[in-house]
Design a protein around this ligand. Structure first.
Ligand code: FES
Length: 60
């Protein structure tokens, strides 16, 4: 499922960027451009990244 329509970025891609070290929406945006268009996806991007950061913190 696409999370960012403007840059055609899927939720799976965002998860992959989180898995490879991204810990913020800015970091994800730098890699794939998600969130750099209209901004509609930013709330969902924050949710995904925050969930991943919280999970990786508790798993460590
Ligand atoms: S939907 Fe992501 S910037 Fe527009």
């Amino acid at each position: 499922m696409f999370v960012c329509i403007c840059r055609a970025v899927t939720e799976e891609e965002v998860h992959e960027h989180c898995s490879s070290g991204c810990r913020s929406v800015d970091a994800v945006s730098e890699r794939c451009g998600a969130g750099e268009g209209c901004g509609t996806c930013l709330e969902r991007l924050h949710q995904i990244v925050n969930e991943r950061v919280a999970t990786s913190t508790t798993a460590a």
